[in-house]
Design a protein around this ligand. Structure first.
Ligand code: CUA
Length: 314
């Protein structure tokens, strides 16, 4: 596959700014090559047959064969092999950029898509309307929406990920090119869908990234603090931080762990399980605990805050 990767994006494709972008381009070129080859073969053959077997004078139609096993095997097996191969290379490239599971990058950015703007929140309290990243630093993007379906589209990353109300989606990306690249919403989401765009700013070095991060003191409190305040108000009577068993499971070491549910299902504690446990706590209960928790309704930022807080309780 590596030999197929073009050194740079051809002029008619957007610039590339992530590790996975080259792979996406080579798969695109591979598919384009296959379809072009078949297009040429079919058009040339059709043209040739049209001329070769044209009716010079009227003759009664000959009965044509109704079945040809060899021919049918050929046109079934060859496309099957090609499609399975395309599926294979595409899946491999997709898995590298899709759900990073619990193998986490050092940095997480929470992306909120909301009618009709993008908001980015970083660990440590910084929020911005543009996505700021550091060159060559892998990052996990955790995306959610408080209203309707949006789609986070960064052509330079060759990434397009739906942003779905009521659940978290994830993208994993390593920027490989410093500069500014456009971000679009790629799912029709109402009146001002077309202006729902911003840009990703990739800083060339740590100094420039830090300068931006310290640029203006943000008066908003960090996500982890939002989570801590909520914990003190709503959670601490039933959940401990030090491993002590209370009515509900302890938060210590909870993040990323595998828990066995009533009924035997094993579940990894990630963003979506935390959300479900808060919104529909009785849906899946950790084995050995009573179904005691009432459903809570939290805003998107409070939800992100609780997740950051649970992550921080090691
Ligand atoms: Cu958001 Cu279209």
């Amino acid at each position: 596959m590596h030999r197929l990767i073009l050194a740079a994006a051809p002029g008619w494709l957007p610039p590339r700014a992530s590790e996975g972008a080259g792979k996406v381009d080579s798969i695109f070129m591979l598919i384009l090559g296959i379809t072009t080859a078949f297009f040429v073969i079919i058009v040339v053959a059709a043209t040739y047959f049209t001329i070769r077997y044209r009716a010079r004078k009227w003759t009664a139609p000959q009965p044509s064969p109704s079945h040809h096993l060899k021919l049918e095997l050929v046109w079934s097996i060859i496309p099957t092999i090609l499609l399975v191969a395309i599926f294979g290379v595409s899946t491999k490239a997709w898995l590298a950029s899709a759900d990073a599971g619990t193998t986490e990058a050092a940095t997480t950015v929470y992306v909120t898509g909301q009618q009709w703007k993008w908001q980015f929140e970083y660990q440590g309290g910084k929020r911005s309307d543009e996505l700021h990243l550091l060159l060559n630093e892998p990052v996990d993007l955790v995306l959610s929406s408080p209203d309707v379906l949006h789609s986070f589209y960064v052509p330079a990353f060759r990434i397009k990920q739906d942003v779905v109300p009521g659940r978290f989606t994830r993208m994993h990306v390593t920027p490989t090119e410093a500069g500014n690249f456009p971000i679009f919403c790629a799912e029709y989401c109402g009146n001002d869908h077309s202006i729902m765009q911003t840009q990703v700013v990739i800083h060339a070095d740590q100094a420039s990234y830090d300068a931006w991060k310290n640029e203006k003191i943000d008066e908003s409190i960090p996500l982890v603090k939002v989570g801590e305040l909520l914990f003190q108000k709503n959670c601490q009577s039933c959940h401990s931080l030090d491993g002590t068993r209370k009515v509900g499971p302890t938060f210590k070491g909870l993040w990323g762990s595998t828990q066995t549910m009533e009924g035997g299902e094993a579940v990894t504690v990630d963003e979506n399980f935390v959300r479900e446990s808060i919104v529909e706590p009785k849906k899946r209960i950790v084995q050995g605990y009573p179904p005691a928790m009432p459903p809570q309704s939290l805003g998107e930022r409070e939800m992100q805050g609780i997740i950051e807080y649970i992550r921080s309780v090691k």
